[in-house]
Every structure is written in structure tokens, then in C-alpha cells.
Design a protein around this ligand. Structure first.
Ligand SMILES: [Zn+2]
Ligand SMILES: [Zn+2]
Length: 317
């Protein structure tokens, strides 16, 4: 079981602190050495990912309360990833399932649907919804009203063990639950943004603290981006990807809301290489799909980034 707080997840490691721009050469985490010859995988040349480097920023040194200051991690380069024998989708387990738990208003439902569209383009895997379930699937013993804040909360461990695991379909790569209510993981905790069981590839996240999408265009966009960023980060962990310490990247750990809000939706070239290798997909087609989905969802900054990435990858030599 991996606990997630403030959108964070726990991994072991030693200290690292990188700073300053690196736009050429071979930065940390970008080992160009070819790895094992796996005929099932489409080996995209390392040069493809190196081309993207000028678009990315090296991870800045953490502030005192940031994730890397409190949870020093070594990072996982591409070779570490491949040799770890990562969990990957296969022909029999390739659907990302989403289930809504609790009462979502129409706007929040739409935000989850848009998040699902983004996830589908990002992981190039089919995304399907299971029929939603009401909060009454959670018995009184696994619910509470927080004694100080009065937030209504449901117990993550109950959801994982008694709701998500039994409902996970045979062809699932993973099952992600989105809860409308706040979550808490057990004795001693005030709240948690989400929690996952990586071995079971199920996880639950709440949109309760993602802001009120009814407060205007910017508030809605923030709520959507927070929901997307958490979803793709956690599904990245389901692919056995560890936190990224090399670049500003969606796979960066985060320790508080400001840090998770600052995290981009995109992957750095190191993490992108892992994903593309794991999926055995064409990175150009993936960027095209992301460009389309960002245009549909009004995510201009993200659309521009994917546009630039595509331009770099498809530029004549
Ligand atoms: Zn994480
Ligand atoms: Zn990364």
C-alpha cells in the first residue's frame, strides 16, 4: 500500500538536488546506453528524446517544505526502469477504468469526463467508466465527519479493499476511483488527497479539495488541471514509474498544494522515454492526440507545449 498525501506518494531513495538550466548534452537521468533487447518493445532511438531537451527545465532545488527536501530520492533513470521489470499493460490488461463514488454535480462529472479524455490520449490506452456508485456503498463505520473541520469523509482503505478491488474488471490495467467526498486514511490523519495500492493497481482520489469549478472560468480550469495532474501522476506510478528528480515533470513528487499545482501535465524526456518504451507506441502520434485533446478542453498552455514538442520531433534533420 502506498499512501498519498497532497498528491504525493512514498518511495525510497537518497538525496538529490539539481538546479540550473541544462539544455544540451546528456543530463542526469538521461543514460543513452541501449538496454536489453526486448523484441516486444518498439525501441524509439534515444535521439528522439534528446531532441526534446530544449523544451524542458531541470528540476530546481527544493524549498524547505518541498517533497525532495523531506523525502530525498535518487531518481530512476531509463535503465533503472527497464531493469526493474516494470508492470505494463498487455493485450489482456490494457483498459484504464474509472469509477465515480458519491454525488457529483454535472460540472464535476464533466470534469472527470474531460480528465478521462486526457488520460486516454496521454497513455494511448482505452479508458472506460464503470457504473457510478453512491456513497452509501461505504458503511457508517468507514465514514465520519471530521471533529474539527466538519468535512464529511470516507475511509480510503475501505474503498480500496471493499469497493475497488472486487469491482476491478479482468481486462483492467488499473482502476481509478474519483470520490466527491473528502478522504481520510485512518487513525491519526486529518485528510488525504488520495491513496493507491500499486500491487493491485487500484487507487482512489478525491476532487473535494480541487477547488470549486462553479466559481468561474479560471477556477474550473484549475479544478480540471488538478484532477488531470493527479490522475496521470498516479497512473504513472501504476506503470512502475518512480518520482522524477531530473526535470520539472508530472512525475515529480509533491508535498503540498503549491508544489503539486506547479507540476506540469507533461513528462520530461526521461519519463516520456519510459512510457513510450512501456507502451511500445509512436511518440509523434501521442503528441498529436494530446494536442487535439488540449484544444478541445481549452488547455492553451499545455496545447502550446505539445505543439512545440511535436514540431521538434517532426522537424527535418
Ligand atoms: Zn507520486
Ligand atoms: Zn520526469
Amino acid at each position: 500500500m502506498v499512501l498519498s498525501f497532497s498528491g504525493l506518494c512514498l518511495f525510497l531513495g537518497a538525496s538529490v538536488a539539481l538546479a540550473g538550466p541544462v539544455l544540451s548534452g546528456e543530463p542526469a537521468g538521461f543514460d543513452a546506453t541501449p538496454v536489453r533487447d526486448d523484441p516486444r518493445r518498439n525501441h524509439v532511438p534515444t535521439d528522439t528524446f534528446m531532441k526534446l531537451l530544449p523544451l524542458h527545465r531541470v528540476k530546481t532545488a527544493p524549498g524547505p517544505y518541498d517533497w525532495l527536501a523531506l523525502h530525498p530520492e535518487e531518481g530512476q533513470d531509463f535503465n533503472d526502469y527497464v531493469s526493474s521489470g516494470p508492470v505494463l499493460p498487455d493485450d489482456l490488461h490494457r483498459v484504464i477504468y474509472i469509477i465515480l463514488i458519491g454525488d457529483f454535480d454535472e460540472e464535476r462529472k464533466r470534469i472527470i469526463e474531460e480528465t478521462a479524455e486526457f488520460i486516454e490520449a496521454y497513455f494511448t490506452l482505452p479508458v472506460k467508466f464503470l457504473p457510478p456508485v453512491g456513497v452509501d456503498v461505504v458503511p457508517a463505520a468507514a465514514r465520519r465527519t471530521h471533529p474539527q473541520t466538519q468535512d464529511r469523509q470516507i475511509l480510503t482503505t475501505y474503498i480500496i479493499e471493499s469497493v475497488l478491488k472486487p469491482l476491478k474488471p479482468e481486462d483492467a490495467f488499473c482502476l481509478i476511483g474519483f470520490a466527491a467526498e473528502d478522504l481520510w486514511p485512518g487513525e491519526g490523519w486529518n485528510f488525504v488527497f488520495g491513496q493507491a495500492s500499486l500491487p493491485d493497481r487500484v487507487g482512489i482520489w478525491s476532487i473535494y479539495r480541487n477547488g470549486n469549478p462553479h466559481e468561474g472560468v479560471e477556477a474550473r480550469k484549475l479544478c480540471l488541471l488538478r484532477t488531470i495532474k493527479t490522475g496521470i501522476h498516479e497512473i504513472g506510478h501504476m506503470f512502475s514509474m518512480h518520482h522524477c528528480v531530473f526535470f520539472e515533470c508530472n512525475m515529480n513528487g509533491s508535498n503540498h498544494r503549491r508544489e503539486s499545482d506547479a507540476r506540469p501535465v507533461w513528462l520530461c524526456p526521461v519519463c516520456l522515454r519510459k512510457l513510450i518504451w512501456g507502451l511500445s507506441k509512436d511518440p509523434v502520434a501521442r503528441f498529436e492526440a494530446l494536442l487535439d485533446v488540449c484544444a478541445r478542453l481549452g488547455l492553451e498552455e499545455e496545447r502550446a507545449f505539445f505543439h512545440d514538442s511535436l514540431k521538434v520531433l517532426t522537424a527535418p534533420e
